[in-house]
Design a protein around this ligand. Structure first.
Ligand code: ADP
Ligand code: MG
Length: 231
């Protein structure tokens, strides 16, 4: 499991992540919610190591990974599916997936078949350019690329943003399988409430860089939504 203790990150004077403490257990989907600009993406990048925490700690199991650089964290089993997907438009689907192999510690050089079992469409489109896929297919590719590194913790930053409903359901089903079949810790940044209620286990709501509410997703109330989530 992933544990955050009093994690902080600032852009100059802006405390984008301010003393955030969270527990993200294996075998569960932990949702991070909140309006635009509250610090969700900054939090994901600080966990991944793209940004170095100003203070606080990130633990993976018993291990303190706070001192590690991003590529070292990837090798310990943390993977991020970034907001906006960030796939390589001018590379084929297969080559995009191969990039994910770098995070592996077993030296495997070939994309494992089970990746294509998770998203069969990617096998069919293996030779297409990433940029020629639909938005939903690109999101599936981005998730598959993260899985190619065989992570223990999968961070996803707004994976349903701008995606057609049938693919949103597919993504939810895949995340459920990853937690039940592989015991992964899935951390889902999500503004789409129905998706959180259907697939999420627990939630944290952020506001101005801080955690302002948390609980089981079954306990998410209209009051939470009115106060912290609706625009
Ligand atoms: N590169 C940056 N430089 C300065 N401020 C930033 C930068 N990225 C984000 N911010 C600010 O940090 C806050 C949190 O942003 P972000 O983590 O992207 O929020 P969210 O993902 O919840 O929308 C916002 O106030 C945003 O304007
Ligand atoms: Mg964001």
């Amino acid at each position: 499991m992933l544990t955050l203790t009093d994690l902080c990150y600032s852009y100059g004077a802006v405390k984008a992540v301010n003393k955030v403490s969270m527990v993200m257990p294996a075998g569960q989907i932990t949702c991070v919610m909140g309006r635009n600009g509250v610090g969700k993406t900054t939090l994901m990048r600080t966990i991944m190591g793209t940004y170095r925490a100003a203070s606080g700690a990130i633990r993976l199991g018993e291990r303190d990974i706070t001192p590690l650089a991003a590529h070292q964290r990837a090798k310990t089993g943390v993977a991020l599916v970034p907001q906006g997907r960030d796939i390589f438009a001018k590379l084929t689907v297969a080559d995009n997936l191969r990039i994910g192999l770098e995070a592996r510690t077993d030296g495997l050089r070939k994309v494992p078949d089970d990746i294509y079992d998770v998203f069969p469409i990617l096998k069919q489109f293996a030779k297409r350019m990433g940029g020629d896929l639909s938005g939903g297919q690109q999101q599936q590719l981005s998730i598959a690329r993260a899985l190619t590194g065989d992570p223990k913790v999968l961070l996803l930053d707004e994976p349903t943003e701008g995606i057609q409903p049938n693919i949103i359901q597919d993504i939810g089903a895949v995340l459920s399988r990853l937690v039940t079949e592989r015991g992964m810790a899935v951390v889902l940044v999500e503004q789409y409430l129905d998706f959180v209620k259907e697939f999420g286990t627990s939630f944290y709501i952020m506001n101005r860089g801080q955690v302002v509410a948390s609980g089981a997703t079954s306990e998410l109330t209209d009051a939470h939504v009115a106060e912290h989530l609706s625009v």
